[in-house]
Design a binder for this molecule. Sequence first.
Ligand SMILES: [Zn+2]
Length: 107
Amino acid sequence: MLVIKHEVVDKDNNHLYNHFYWWCIGCNDVHIFANNHSPNYPGPDWEFDNNYESPTVNPSILTNQNYNGEPHPCHVFIKQGMIQYLSDSWHALAGQTVAMVELPDWV
Ligand SMILES: [Zn+2]
């Protein structure tokens, strides 16, 4: 079962980023982390072990969303296919660790 989807995105004319999508059960929404290896163009650079079934990603991923004008931070570690929700996450899974799930077809 694949829990990460990869896509190469061209931002700002030929600055290629790897976007990695994963499904957040706590937010019931898709989240993303990214890296880029353009040497002269700094950007987000999460370390991913290229395991699409049981991924490990470093460092933690903080997703800042706005629902109805209110901030809803979601903060996780992803380790060996498990999502560890940190206590500063807005939803009920804060402080819990759950297995990653497959992305829906529309992602
Ligand atoms: Zn989330």
